[in-house]
Design a protein around this ligand. Structure first.
Ligand code: AMP
Ligand code: GLY
Length: 420
């Protein structure tokens, strides 16, 4: 079959890598792709948030199956346009993508589903938000309602920080995403990510992971899109995974179906775990980046079969064949990230690295220039390895990192520390 993958990050490279290994994949197109994906797929330059343009392109190229990587095309209705054009798609409708695109929507769904999550209140003006913060005290969490590229959340340890966040959000720091603000109870515990495939009715857990969101070692400094991840997450025991399904995932899916917006695609639940009980921090309607890279490394070619089963409503009969192993990835980012950084520096040493089912460098922000791989983004590479133990996976990943020559980039040296 002809497959189109939307996106150009490390997540999409790992999805393309898994799909390309599956004999069902005859032709692989990615849009926009990157220098790594260009080695295994054709790259197309279309605006992936233009739903009509994506559907038209897919029809023209006789695409049989589309996998949507990031949230923006989902929120823009790309899945709907593809379904209208009778093209099979892995990804929720725009209405179901509200689970990520709107924090108030998610909170309302959780309340209706009785899914455990932080207590919350919503505000559309700064004065009442500020008086609520004063009444609740710190720590407290302030969130812009809409999509803010992961930057619309302030975990305020003091009242002053929370009040400053309110000023920022209603002052327009996040544009229309901040016109409505959610204020939440601060939840303590350990965070982990739980991934399930959904076909509108059936839900199939496909793995757990933990990521490192802060830029600095010891999980310090500003938040990023993620500096590294590993799978499985030891904190998410089988018992907690079962509670997550029973108390959070199934009730949410029932509520979504009841509203006439059944959820199809991957549902990524960010959980806070304390005393053996999971609570929902947030939903994402896509794979995490870099969590996807460790999941794909562990799933390999079967990932395509599973995504197809989800898109075709056949999850009831689907099974995940798990290797009893671990994967860990390290993000190589441009100096300065998550602040400003330069583009165009040359990355060498990649050709000498192993590329197999246990070791892969997934490209994120890379491009080709004069035959060389150059940096073209903030997060540039995801160096990913498998091992029989987490520490073995970590050792292999850092061995690959050490084979890369890129003075303009940096890595965190402690990915996995919490689990080791
Ligand atoms: P979100 O974009 O909602 O995932 O929030 C980003 C990060 O903020 C999460 O990964 C958590 O580390 C933290 N966070 C969000 N909400 C809460 C909460 N209610 N309590 C504690 N930490 C939170
Ligand atoms: N790594 C976190 C995310 O993709 O949302």
């Amino acid at each position: 079959m002809n497959i189109l993958i939307l996106g150009g990050g490390g997540r999409e490279h790992s999805l393309a890598w898994a799909a390309a290994q599956n004999p069902k994949c005859d032709r692989l197109i990615v849009a926009p792709g990157n220098a790594g994906m260009a080695q295994i797929a054709e790259c197309a330059s279309i605006d992936i948030t233009d739903a009509a343009a994506v559907a038209e392109f897919a029809v023209e190229k006789a695409v049989d199956f589309v996998i949507v990587g990031p949230e923006a095309p989902l929120a823009a209705g790309v899945s709907d346009a593809l379904r209208d054009a009778a093209i099979l798609v892995f990804g929720p409708s725009a209405a179901a993508a509200q689970l990520e695109a709107s924090k108030t929507f998610t909170k309302e769904v959780c309340d209706a589903a009785h899914a455990p999550t932080a207590r919350w209140a919503r505000f559309t003006d700064a004065t009442s938000a500020a008086s609520y913060i004063r009444s609740q005290g710190a720590p407290i969490v302030v969130k812009a309602d809409g999509l803010a590229a992961g930057k619309g959340v302030v975990v305020a340890m003091t009242e002053a920080e929370a009040l400053a966040a309110i000023e920022d959000m209603f002052g327009g720091a996040f544009g229309s995403a901040g016109a409505e603000v959610v204020i939440e109870e601060f939840m303590e515990g350990e965070e982990a990510s739980f991934f399930v495939l959904c076909d509108g009715e059936v839900a199939l857990p496909i793995g757990t992971a933990q990521d490192h969101k802060r830029v600095g070692e010891g999980d310090t400094g500003p938040n990023t899109g993620g500096m590294g991840a590993y799978s499985p997450a030891p904190v998410l025991t089988d018992a907690i995974a079962q509670r997550t399904m029973d108390e959070i995932i199934f009730p949410t899916l029932r509520e979504m179906a009841k509203r006439g917006t059944p959820y199809r695609g991957v549902l990524y639940a960010g959980l806070m775990i304390k005393d053996g009980a999971p609570r929902l921090v947030e939903y994402n309607v896509r794979f995490g980046d870099p969590e996807c890279q460790v999941l794909m490394m562990r799933l390999g070619a079967q990932a395509l079969d599973l995504m197809l089963a989800a898109a075709e409503g056949r999850l009831e009969d689907a099974k995940v064949q798990w290797a009893d192993d671990h994967a860990l990835c390290v993000v190589y980012a441009a100096n300065g990230y998550p602040g400003s950084y330069e583009k165009g520096s040359v990355i060498s040493g990649l050709d000498a690295l192993p590329e197999n089912s246990k070791n892969m460098v997934f490209h994120a922000g890379t491009a080709k220039s004069d035959g060389q791989v150059v940096a073209a983004g903030g997060r540039v590479l995801t160096v990913t390895a498998r091992g029989n133990t987490l520490s073995e996976a970590q050792k292999h990943a850092y061995a690959m990192v050490d084979g890369i020559d890129w003075p303009e980039g940096f890595v965190r040296r402690d990915i996995g520390w919490r689990a080791l």
